[in-house]
Design a protein around this ligand. Sequence first.
Ligand code: HDE
Length: 719
Amino acid sequence: MTKPIDTKATNEARRSKPTSKGSPPNTSDLADPEFRQGSGGETHQFSEADPDHQPLTTRNGVTIADNQNTLTAGDRGPQLLEDFVMREKVFHFDHERIPERVVHARGFGARGFFETYESLADITCADLFQRAGEKTEVFVRFSTVAGNKGSGDLARDVRGFATKFYTKTGNWDLVGNNIPVFFIQDAIKFPDLIHAAKPEPDRGFPQAQTAHDNFWDFISLMPESMHMVMWIMSDRAIPRSFRFMEGFGVHTFRFVDAKLNSTFVKFHWKPKYGLQSVLWDEAVKINGADPDFHRRDLWNAIQSGAPAEFELGVQLFDDAFADKFEFDVLDATKLIPEELIPVRPIGRMVLDQTVDNFFAETEQVAFCTQNVVPGIDFTDDPLLQGRNFSYLDTQLKRLGSPNFTHLPVNAPRCPIAHFQQDGHMAFVNPKGRANYEPNSWGAQGGPREDPSRGFKSFPEPVSGTKRRVRPESFADHYSQARQFYRSQAPIEQQHMVDAMVFELSKVDRSAIRERVVASLLNVDEQLAAKVAEGLGITDLPERLPPALEPRDLPNSPALSIVNNGPQKFTGRRIGVLVDAGSDAQILAALRQEADAEGATLALVGPTREGIRDSAGDLLEIAEKLEGGPSVLFDAVAIVLSPAGAGRMAAKFAARSFVADAHHHLKFIAHDAGGSGLLDAAGIDVAKRDAGYSVLDDDASAAAFIAACRALRHWARKPG
Ligand code: HDE
């Protein structure tokens, strides 16, 4: 007969506190009495038997005696249906998942505040913009669009940049992207666009990629998408981190003042530490080395006390500008160049708190473009109008109840009072008899409308014939695509060509590849020719006839990332390759200079247990070499003793570390020992350009960090 295992003894051990005599370790996290508090704030008394822990209970509050074994009839007998402890636990587990977002499934949220710079009372009555210094609580969710929840962060994709402002007059959701234009002009095309971009339905792949037939087939047949295609084929679609990208409201909105005067407005987020993107080869490798690279970056930054920060800016204009602007301001495939209407900063947003619970906040947050507050209004942009339907609808599907506004992350911070009632999970319920209006119950009759403070739409005169038509003013699909391409630095243009050649090389049908090239001929002939060359198309196809002949617009310097470098290294990370005996003085100088710049130093070494430097001090290693390739860093330094260099030179991962950094145009610093590893990786002195620094004293460490402010040594020809 089998002897039952004495789980009582194991449980006792699990519960017991560690003793100096080496008894089993306590499950340390659970030792924190706050750790298991319910989200409703309820706490349980510690059991007398175990003063360090709250008793484990069922959801009904019944204390559980045994969380290891199901109730059975006989030690080896069948499990009993009456075991509510086991059934409730598994039941709840079975229902843990809610539908992931149909787009923007993979996201990462953070909390913080928005601070208004100055009163905008002359242009909007929106309460959050009335008083200089006013702080408004915010929740932001960054995301990718095409991939599922588990996809890699470094997909070539648009990034979502959705902000919920919990204002005193209701929640305002600014649900934007990191690209200022969109693929389509009318919401009715959104399901087609997303179907085409997502994995193909018969095979379920490719995941989180537009590099496949369906996407490019759709694009080649939808000229209006070409402007946005330029953006997603550019470095904008592979940002270095959420902290280093812009955000845009995309549509034209309205600011409305107290007298119902309207001013058109486009919203912009500008990252405090400037824009930065990775190279495609880096993106591919980062996705392997750390698929959570973007979320980890934001998490680490906030946890280390360096919040992400963005400035909110607006482009303001009136009807006169809208009438004379060469494109329709209601067309979301167009932007207004910053050179034409400069972006006026109106406040800053600081994201300084990570979430307490990913599901409760990042997953359950429900953004709705319809969430505007008095002083902010929609325009007739057909994409925006369609979104106003879609977001509310999608939240019901995802969260399963019209009461999703009760969830803490979605609940307004201002008072709410209405006669809506019941529904699934109604846990914030009105009291009293009156649940309709008008009523004659006097003071007990509940809330009343307020014509003076209530939301009022801008009284836009509207007339027209009801029909399905795309306005003539939306017909120019290529001029701004051309403007974007031509406004890029040569290296950025090359990246766009490379991206298109890569993506189209994954397209099986040559007719689709050729149709894209035919469309590109409307954007820029050289671009089309280079893409054709990369694809091996020897005879350029006929140009796709455009609906409206594209025009040459003036270049917009603001559109380039490289030409607008931040000239700071703040918030960036240096990977320092070290081994036993690395020079303590050089490491100290590097650390000091990095600290002064607001950058971080991460040591990459042979083991996580740490190594002793030349002074005999134990150094904390952030990444074991094989798990910490140089793609994870913005710049690298190689600080090795001669013996250490010898050991490293024998390792493929160490040679790749420096070879990749070289190939990715990174700034590289090295000491005399580090030079040996560079030689071993094939980067001899002759190949070391101005992006290399020799570390031999404190001044050289300072010079290296100063050089890093350029972010990349673009002049390098890695060969
Ligand atoms: Fe979205 N979009 N979208 N979108 N979108 C969603 O709403 C939709 C568009 C954007 O972090 C969905 O809650 C339609 C433009 C972001 O939770 C869904 C159209 C822009 C997020 C939806 C668009 C965006 C979404 C899926 C064309 C930039 C993530 C889950 C008319 C201005 C928000 C959800 C988050 C999410 C519909 C176009 C940005 C299905 C129909 C343009 C940042 O409702």
